[in-house]
Design a protein. Structure first.
Length: 182
């Protein structure tokens, strides 16, 4: 006989982490990243899912000026040090909740792995952004390349993690619909 895992805990965790993640995301999008874009006239690194070249990175860092660079490091980066964990915890909690409702454990494991590695890639992106800003105007092409690759990887893994959660939810909803249809 299969033992049922308590699911309320996962649902509450998903809701709490999700609300916190949404709050941080909104702060970043509408305040810090919007301010960075207004200062520089260019899209911030965090808003470039396709990455960026050394020329684009240097243009952004230069356009920010010293106060904009300080703002990026002291306002945006601290928020973006909390957000990746909150996002991963939200997705993992949702997956655990769905997994406790008879969704494939393989799908739960894949989604959990994707969520955690997306957060790690986001932290690597943040480290690269900090290095670029702190070393400017002597930013190395390798640092830019590493940060850009981390941005691309983060975007791809985050998309895959969210799609895995959505796919899991569709499987759960279709199982549930078939059960009620009987």
């Amino acid at each position: 006989m299969k033992m049922m895992i308590p699911t309320k805990k996962y649902g509450r965790q998903a809701a709490l982490f999700g609300l916190a993640a949404a709050g941080f995301y909104l702060l970043m999008i509408y305040i810090t990243l919007a301010h960075i874009e207004a200062l520089s006239g260019l899209r911030p690194f965090d808003m470039r899912p396709g990455g960026y070249s050394a020329e684009q990175a240097n243009s952004l860092i230069n356009a920010l000026g010293s106060s904009g660079r300080r703002y990026y490091l002291t306002r945006q980066i601290p928020l973006d040090l909390v957000y990746p964990s909150l996002m991963a915890l939200t997705l993992v909690s949702l997956l655990k909740w769905l997994g406790s409702r008879d969704v494939s454990q393989k799908l739960v494991r894949i989604g959990t792995w994707l969520s955690i590695t997306a957060a790690i890639a986001d932290y690597l992106e943040n480290a690269g952004i900090c290095l670029m800003i702190l070393s400017w105007p002597e930013t190395s092409a390798n640092t830019v390349l590493a940060a850009s690759v981390a941005s691309i990887v983060k975007s791809g893994l985050t998309t895959a993690a969210v799609l895995t959660v959505l796919l899991s939810a569709v499987f759960w909803a279709s199982k549930r619909a078939r059960t009620y249809a009987r």
